[in-house]
Design a protein around this ligand. Structure first.
Ligand SMILES: [Fe+2]
Length: 241
């Protein structure tokens, strides 16, 4: 195991992740929403930033890119098809390619639906995946650019990973997401317990990220949907929940 991950809460409910490869001493950030919070963290801990890694082009995931790149001379890693809307990309990646972050190998998995060029970064050795705004804890992202079928298939890809994979997601929506899942199954013991646990953790500034895939498979309605039609029904209801 050579990867260390720190969580930085940004904007109102975003998560950015500072990653560190103990072997190469590479430092990266996944989805820097804003410059200040990431910069403050980096100045205290590593004082360098080799890679800026983006899951998708939305402003709340790339907002810190240019200032961070300028200050630390970092390389931006993003999907090759999104270079028209993510500026100054140095390392263009594609589906199923490996991005070498020091000793840590990240497989790029393309997971369209929230946006057409959404990607995730998965390390099988480290058992972690950065899912951006595709899979949240007990929820999933809104469908802005893709179809319901695309999003269903993207979630299916994530579902097939080992159950002990840690899910590092893009937003703290977990309480609302669990409440939505509970609205279909109010007496669900697992979900009720999770809700209490997460509420009390959040009060003590303990984040709900990362989640574990096993828990998501147990309680996340969007992963439990058996077919695209069922998935579409849940997603539409959640849009106005
Ligand atoms: Fe997004």
């Amino acid at each position: 195991m050579s990867l260390k991950i720190d969580i930085v809460r940004c904007l109102s409910d975003n998560y950015a992740y500072i990653i560190y490869d103990t072997y190469s001493k590479n430092v990266g950030v996944v989805d820097p929403s804003e410059f200040d919070k990431i910069n403050t963290f980096l100045e205290k801990k590593y004082n360098k930033l080799d890679f800026i890694i983006n899951t998708h082009h939305h402003a709340d995931h790339i907002g810190g890119n240019s200032e961070l790149k300028k200050k630390f001379n970092s390389k931006i890693v993003a999907y090759s098809g999104d270079t028209y809307r993510i500026n100054d990309v140095d390392i263009k990646v594609n589906n199923n390619e490996i991005f070498h972050f020091g000793k840590t190998k990240f497989k790029v998995l393309k997971i369209p639906g929230h946006t057409s060029g959404h990607i995730s970064f998965y390390s099988s050795e480290e058992k972690v995946i950065f899912t951006g705004d595709t899979l949240f804890s007990f929820g999933c992202g809104r469908i802005f650019e893709g179809s319901y079928l695309e999003m269903f298939n993207s979630l299916k890809k994530i579902k097939s990973l080992p159950k002990d994979t840690k899910i590092y997601f893009g937003h703290e929506y977990t309480v609302n997401n669990i409440n939505f899942c509970l609205s279909f199954d109010q007496k669900n013991i697992f979900l009720n317990k999770k809700l209490e646990e997460i509420k009390s953790n959040l009060k003590n500034n303990i984040f709900s990220t990362p989640s574990i895939l096993e828990d998501e498979l147990k309680g996340n309605l969007f992963l439990k949907a058996n077919n695209p039609a069922e998935f579409k029904k849940y997603r539409e209801l959640k849009d106005s929940f």
